[in-house]
Design a protein around this ligand. Structure first.
Ligand code: NAP
Length: 252
């Protein structure tokens, strides 16, 4: 059975690793192509958009895809909606691998904002030292608030740099350790963090370090995702695929 795995996340890569040795499954991992040097993947990869829900539906039919696993980032809502629409139109079974959001703990100083523009506004007029843990395209909006000093961390370099007088850059890819995040935030005297509520362990360390240091966190609201069948872990996704592969297992 041919399986389209929509990826771009560590979860997708882990699942691909579990599926790589399966002789009964023909896996294709799809990436949007956002990062300049994506990490190696254990299965064949295709890169780039499909051309909306219609393009994806055409791809599913042309490639004879028998099942789709949506393991994209929780903030990549468009591709998830397209997958839901394309699978509904073609009758191809779909499962979403969803990552539950982080939950506020005692000592957390979190404020939810609607989007990047909301975060820019929430920073206020008084100059602050801000850590931006966002995608390199999203940080561009902060040029509208040049009174702040920014520390920007992204997977690829921010080129050209932000048009603000005070900005430092860190190019790094998670996972990050709490001690390192603590040292980074304290070393730069960070007063507020802007981040996504991505869930999972790989990028949580900054949240724990912020709690320990009493740093405010502005969290972008999670986008609404389509109402499709979903599971939380790779094991459950594997079980779902097995049930598609062997209909007897699901009582058909
Ligand atoms: P998006 O807004 O959901 O998708 C935009 C378009 O990109 C889609 O319509 C699709 O183009 C194409 N696309 C997205 N994912 C694809 C995939 N796996 N395979 C093929 N095409 C894909 O997603 P995004 O622009 O990638 O990201 C939106 C948000 O998610 C941003 O906030 C970004 O920072 C975040 N994100 C984070 C991570 C991470 O690992 N930290 C990874 C990805 C995204 P067509 O319509 O042409 O098919």
């Amino acid at each position: 059975m041919r399986v389209l795995l929509l990826g771009g996340t560590a979860d997708a890569r882990r699942l691909a690793g579990r599926l790589a040795g399966r002789a009964d499954l023909d896996i294709v991992l799809s990436l949007a192509g956002r990062t300049e040097s994506p990490v190696p993947q254990p299965v064949p990869v295709r890169v780039g958009g499909f051309g909306g829900a219609e393009g994806l539906a055409r791809y599913l039919e042309a490639e004879g895809v028998g099942a789709v696993v949506d393991a994209t980032h929780p903030y990549a809502a468009l591709i998830s909606r397209n997958a839901a629409a394309a699978c509904a139109a073609t009758g191809v079974p779909l499962i979403a691998l969803r990552r539950p959001p982080w939950v506020r703990q005692e000592g957390d100083d979190w404020r939810e904002v609607e989007d990047v523009a909301g975060a820019v506004a929430a920073l206020g007029d008084t100059p602050r030292r801000v850590f931006l843990a966002l995608g390199r395209n999203e940080v561009r909006a902060f040029a509208a608030a040049p009174q702040h000093a920014y520390l920007v961390r992204s997977v690829d370099p921010v080129i050209p740099p932000l048009d603000v007088p005070h900005a430092d850059y860190v190019v790094a890819r998670g996972p990050f350790a709490e001690a390192d995040e603590h040292a980074l935030l304290a070393g730069h005297g960070i007063e507020v963090i802007v981040a996504k509520n991505s869930g999972g362990a790989a990028t949580y360390a900054k949240m724990a370090a912020a709690r320990a240091l009493g740093i405010e966190v502005l969290l972008l609201r999670r986008p609404a995702l389509p109402d499709v069948a979903s599971v939380e872990g790779a094991e459950a996704a594997l079980a779902w695929l097995d049930a598609r592969r062997h209909p007897a297992l699901r009582g058909e």
